[in-house]
Ligand binder design. Structure first.
Ligand SMILES: [Zn+2]
Length: 164
């Protein structure tokens, strides 16, 4: 059952990337946040705290840990965009007992927003599954890209070289 809903979140994320006109990597999640009216405020936060979506008088902000590497920032922005798109304006999910589930949904959505499946398939073909290079052009971590390529069954094991 969870898988079915995840398919739906992936489709929504892919659609959002398309609506903002992204057909090639990287998907600029900062521009998408801006387009959705969400301001990003980078600040010093404890290193275990990536970021949070805040709603103050109907204005949305993402408080983002400025000490993180860029790919971590991008994923965090995408994760908070997911909460904004999936979990409503009230941010009631923060207090809900299903909180962990909502964060997992947001992760699925965020991964798809940063790495839309069709885009990854096309680029992986072009660059013969070179996950390091793909991670770079999509502005994501190598771990995230490897996971995505495995999910799409493009990659079974981590390749040591790229053959044409
Ligand atoms: Zn979350």
């Amino acid at each position: 059952m969870a898988l079915v809903t995840y398919v739906q979140y992936r489709e929504q994320a892919e659609t959002l990337a398309q609506e903002f006109g992204y057909v090639e990597p990287p998907v600029d999640v900062r521009a998408i946040a801006k387009g959705l009216g969400i301001e990003i405020i980078e600040m010093t936060l404890p290193n275990w705290f990536f970021g949070v979506l805040v709603n103050i008088k109907d204005e949305f902000y993402i408080s983002l840990n400025k000490g993180m590497p860029d790919h971590r920032k991008n994923f965090t922005i995408a994760h908070e965009i997911a909460h904004h798109q999936l979990h409503g304006e009230e941010l009631a999910y923060m207090k809900n007992v299903k909180r962990d589930y909502f964060h997992r949904e947001a992760d699925v959505y965020a991964a798809e927003l940063c790495m839309p499946s069709e885009m990854v398939r096309a680029e992986a073909k072009k660059w013969c599954g070179d996950y390091r290079f793909l991670a770079k052009i999509f502005s994501v971590s190598e771990t995230a890209m490897v996971r995505k390529l495995q999910e799409l069954r493009i990659l079974r094991n981590i390749p040591y070289e790229c053959r044409n």
